[in-house]
Design a binder for this molecule. Structure first.
Ligand code: 9MR
Length: 483
């Protein structure tokens, strides 16, 4: 990844942060443009009110200007997409996918197998009937993931399946009660079969509370190890990260450091960490001062650091745009987002902006080939494991070897653009290399065999891209701006 900011930028950014001068940022710099420079996705949900057209115009304006990944607050959940058995409703989801396409955004799908927002007919018709529930869940996943195949880039396949205390599987869930924990493995397998190129995540809250076996993330980690070992197609863990401002909650035990530990453990398994539903609320009813808001900004920044710094972390998604439309009231919290009730950026916005401007990636990190989905790598032949997990091919060894090979070889080859020519350096005695160009959504744009270490880019439209160069076993991935 390229250096993008100078010391002068750092000094300026810090001064702006101190002064709270959001408007002083360069007009063409947005969270989104800076996130793209840093090879990460930054996003916010589209609130349910957006789907009904009930939000002011500047909401959408801000949303598409500032964010490059989107997820629906409620509109892709089970009760929204299959309100009656076999009657699928894709209208709202289609609306969001279209919006994302028009605005060059990545799409998250949320959520397939969850205990909440399951329509009444599931329990009424099939409660505790294992065979039927397996059929219902499989049919739902096939249809929903199949409908958005190639359009929804990643799915929360299983959401909140772990209980809060004494981590174990959550008991009160129609799926768990009727099927048992194997609904989880099966859901991943079915989702993968329906769209082999989609990234598949397990998503949950309280994952920032440590990775010891008594913490939720510790329990999850053991499950991820088992899934990976058994070839269950899981590619990411989504940490919802609904947290409370530290000084207002004496019981708060989560921290960015704990979440970072989870990211590091997941890296060993070649699984990504994403922050998927971030908000940092204050207790309802308390007076929130300017310095409280500044401290909140620092916490937003600390969580962002994980995404910027950990090679297997690529997404920073906030559960809402403005405090005015936030679910947090229901949790007895307030003011947890980065825009205030009037859609004005808060100090947290400034903190994120400045951090994105000033981040200097360590030169030797493997970051951010994560932004390109390497779809060639995923095993598309995973079998339906409902019956026997053990028959599934173990793909972890190959993936781990690939990952090590990628990391080991990364430092040697690189590329730069001058005018409309791409120059590949560090090929050594090799004279040819394969060059693949992707857009920021990971879609292939252009592919060629380069001779004499140069590639003519005159037919590639202006924009930001990711280039992958493969020369024998040597591979490198980096971002490029073509002007
Ligand atoms: O923000 C969502 C809110 O509008 C719904 O009423 C609620 C119902 O369960 O779900 C909220 O979103 C949740 C998300 O789907 C899963 N993680 C927790 C989120 C906040 O409750």
């Amino acid at each position: 990844m390229k250096k993008t900011h100078t010391l002068a930028g750092l000094v300026l950014g810090t001064a702006l942060l101190g002064a709270g001068l959001t408007s002083a940022f360069a007009a063409d710099e947005t969270l989104r443009s800076l996130a793209e420079k840093n090879g990460i996705y930054i996003g916010a949900i589209l609130n349910s009110q957006w789907f009904g057209g009930g939000l002011p115009g500047n909401y959408e304006q801000i949303h598409k200007q500032q964010f490059n990944i989107v997820v629906a607050e409620n509109e892709m959940k089970f009760d929204a997409t299959e309100p009656q058995e076999g009657r699928f409703n894709y209208g709202n989801g289609d609306k969001m996918v279209k919006y994302a396409k028009q605005n060059g955004m990545r799409v998250r799908g949320h959520a397939l197998a969850w205990h909440s927002q399951v329509p009444g007919w599931v329990e009424q018709k099939y409660g505790k009937n294992k065979k039927e529930l397996l059929r219902v869940l499989k049919n739902h996943i096939n249809n929903v993931v199949g409908h958005w195949k190639g359009q929804v880039d990643e799915w929360d396949v299983v959401n909140e399946a772990i209980s809060n205390n004494e981590p174990q599987w959550r008991g009160f869930s129609v799926w768990y009660q009727g099927i048992g924990p194997e609904f989880i493995d099966s859901a991943f397998v079915w989702a993968h079969a329906a769209d082999p190129k989609a990234e598949l995540c397990y998503n949950d809250y309280n994952l920032e509370q440590g990775i010891n076996p008594k913490a939720k993330a510790g329990f999850l980690l053991e499950q991820v190890k088992r899934w990976v070992k058994n070839g269950i197609p899981i590619h990411c863990v989504g940490s919802q990260t609904h947290v409370e401002d530290t000084t207002t909650d004496k019981h708060f035990i989560g921290s960015p450091d704990s979440l970072r530990s989870l990211a590091k453990e997941l890296a060993k398994l070649n699984v990504k960490l994403k922050i998927t539903e971030l908000d940092i609320g204050f207790k309802s009813g308390i007076n929130v001062s300017k310095s409280d808001l500044e401290r909140q900004g620092q916490t937003f920044r600390q969580y962002l650091d994980i995404i910027l710094e950990e090679p297997n972390a690529d997404t920073y998604l906030i559960w809402g745009v403005s405090d005015k439309w936030s679910w947090l009231g229901g949790l007895n919290r307030q003011k947890g987002l980065i825009y205030d009730d009037n859609l004005k950026p808060k100090p947290a916005f400034d903190s994120i902006m400045v951090r994105l401007q000033t981040f200097e990636p360590p030169k030797d990190t493997a970051k951010k080939d994560t932004i390109v989905k390497d779809t060639t790598k995923k095993d598309t032949t995973v079998k339906d494991t409902t019956k026997k997990d053990t028959t599934v091919k173990d793909t972890t060894k190959k993936d781990t070897t690939d990952a090590i090979a990628r990391i080991a070889s990364r430092a040697t080859v690189s590329a730069y653009v001058a005018g409309r020519t791409l120059f590949v350096t560090g090929l050594g005695s090799k004279t040819t290399a394969k060059v693949d160009l992707f857009d920021l959504q990971g879609r292939p744009v252009f592919s060629t065999q380069c001779e004499n270490a140069t590639v003519d880019l005159k037919n590639v439209p202006e924009g930001l891209y990711v280039v992958r160069i493969s020369a024998g076993s040597t591979k490198t991935v980096q971002r490029l701006s073509i002007k």
